[in-house]
Design a protein around this ligand. Sequence first.
Ligand SMILES: Cc1ncc(COP(=O)(O)O)c(C=O)c1O
Length: 389
Amino acid sequence: MKNLINKANQVLMHTYNSIPVTFISGNGCYVRDSEGKEYLDFLAGIAVNSLGYNHPGFNKAVETQLKAIIHYSNLFYNRQQIELAEKLVKNSHFDKAFFCNSGTEAVESALKLAKKYGKIFNKGAWKIVAMKNSFHGRTTGSLSLTGQMKYQDSFLPLLPGISFADFNDFESLTGKIDSETCAVILEPIQGEGGIYPAEKEYLKKIRDLCTKKNIALIFDEVQCGTGRTGKLFAHEHYNVVPDIVCLAKGLGGGLPIGAVLSTEKFNIFKPGDHASTFGGNPLVCSGALSVLHELIDKNLLEHVVKVSRHLKKRLTVLQNNYPSVVSVRGIGLMMGIELNIDAGKIVSNCREKGLLLATAGGSVIRFVPPFIVTEKEIDTAIDIIDSVL
Ligand SMILES: Cc1ncc(COP(=O)(O)O)c(C=O)c1O
């Protein structure tokens, strides 16, 4: 491990304060490190490995595609990409899809769609309202929308015309909108910011306002989408449909894919407006199709609903037993507990005891296990946290 760390320090840019552990294999909800230690994984590569590890259906789909063809350019038709778009469109209120490789790229794509829409259909409107405490990615467009100064600070000035409203505060939002606003973007459940779900009435009011003012409503469901909440899209819990939704993370089950979906009204890209060399290649699409097959056709969504009730119940018991647990928040398998003690220390102590977790927003511990997690594994995880607390 020491050699690996030394080498990393020599050759990698220091963008992460990495933990001195390296994983070499995984099975189900467990991963194994280079020392042979096993961990129950409630982090899932930060809400990515939706089917866990070594999933037979996923492996078979990806292996078959790997042997057939991995990549070809979007200059040609690609059956897996078309099937993936069809599956997403058939199971949503959206009409069209564009594929890229990550969450931040999905947000960039949404940003461009909204800007083009404002230019053509809303008298040149170009400004965007995002939320304080949000997280949308690290490229300069998505970073410009990320309402946390700690991420933006070194890179200012970023894109002009972006303002930040208080999350879950409709008046704060209306105060930021003017005749030049082309879009509002938000996460239905703020993830990195600390697992804060939007309130139902709030999203409904925003939907009405955006419709009335011809403003694009963009939901960033990179973290909370693709089944994590027990529905395919987080906005289904709210009965509110955005104009554009961004997906990534869990969609590829570990393969790098991002997607932006829009209604027909926002189907305004023309050839040359937007593209991605790797976006939606046959390999990543075969993985994403397998994830959707499990979620939709093999009822994994129902499983998520069932086990997430158990997770919530057990987290609530923790809250009742420990004054250090001040709140339990989230939907489905995207849960957080807010602590009034050092959350980072609890996470590292849990890791020592074989449970992987991460913090969110400083004082919150985030629970985003693979969708295949069982009630028994939830019990094991909670027992570990209980002992650490
Ligand atoms: C809500 C949200 N949007 C965008 C991103 C950026 O995704 P990526 O790291 O794949 O670029 C993240 C990553 O954590 C996210 O949580």
